[in-house]
Design a protein around this ligand. Structure first.
Ligand code: NAI
Length: 244
């Protein structure tokens, strides 16, 4: 089943983890994929591994200048942009007492400004063609909060707010905007968490395990497909029921 046949998707943070699994899934579903990522070597390697329907663009999404240029270039290369997956994200954890201003700012730059910049640069192409699908990466912690993650939680809650605002602003232009809220997924991001804490998280998850990147990729693909044509402004939890 090719649910994304002939669609062109930009996936930020597509070189690694969930973004890479999403690029892979989208190609299986018939899409052409522009991977936008800050890391050059890994980005090129991923694009090569995924084959002819993938192209890598080195973009730092915290720079509006770079994002605008990449949007123009991607549109020129593929002829259109139908789907934007705002997936790039980072953590720099510390308690409120210990968090530096730099840590606070850096996480806001990537997880909040980056999402705003990419959507601002790409949505005009979607408006012009009266079609678009935007899916943003939030997190369960954006809904529930988390110890030691003031910066990250602020951005992931902010993403839910932006999702609802853009769903209102862009709905009549044929564009849906949704967010996903993953639970704990086995990627590099989670590898920095001590094993003891991972065991505790698995214990707290009714499905009894961490999620796999492919399980988030499936949710992105659904929300990016026409099966989700009347879903907009939603935040879909993909978390093994850890939050119920
Ligand atoms: P990851 O660390 O494996 O991959 C993130 C990618 O984003 C990397 O390829 C990195 O180079 C790229 N990136 C970082 N800064 C960038 C920038 N300024 N410009 C362009 N690219 C940049 O992370 P993972 O786990 O795949 O996470 C993907 C998204 O899912 C993130 O937004 C994360 O916050 C979110 N998420 C992840 C969860 C998890 O448990 N892994 C849970 C909930 C949400």
């Amino acid at each position: 089943m090719e649910r994304l046949k002939d669609k062109v998707a930009v996936i930020t943070g597509g070189a690694n983890g969930i973004g890479k699994a999403t690029a892979q899934k989208f190609i299986t579903e018939g899409a052409q994929v522009a991977i936008w990522d800050i890391v050059k070597e890994k980005g090129e390697e991923t694009a090569k591994e995924l084959g002819n329907n993938t192209k890598f663009y080195q973009v730092d999404t915290t720079s509006f200048d770079q994002v605008e240029k990449a949007a123009q270039q991607t549109h020129q290369d593929f002829g259109k942009i139908d789907i934007l997956i705002n997936n790039a994200g980072i953590t720099q954890d510390a308690t409120l007492a210990k968090m530096s201003i730099e840590q606070w700012q850096k996480v806001l730059d990537v997880n909040l400004n980056g999402v705003f910049y990419c959507t601002k640069a790409i949505s005009p192409f979607m408006v012009e063609q009266a079609y678009g699908r935007i899916v943003n990466a939030s997190s369960v912690v954006g809904i529930y909060g988390n110890f030691g993650q003031t910066n990250y939680v602020a951005t992931k809650a902010g993403v839910i707010g932006m999702t609802k605002t853009w769903a209102r602003e862009l709905g009549r232009k044929g564009i849906t905007v949704n967010a996903i809220a993953p639970g704990f997924i086995a990627t590099e991001m989670v590898k920095s968490i001590p094993e003891k804490v991972i065991n505790m998280l698995e214990g707290k998850t009714p499905l009894g395990r961490l999620g796999q990147p492919e399980e988030i990729a499936n949710a992105y693909a659904f929300l990016a497909s026409d099966e989700a044509s009347f879903i907009s402004g939603a935040t879909l939890s993909v978390d093994g029921a850890v939050t119920i």
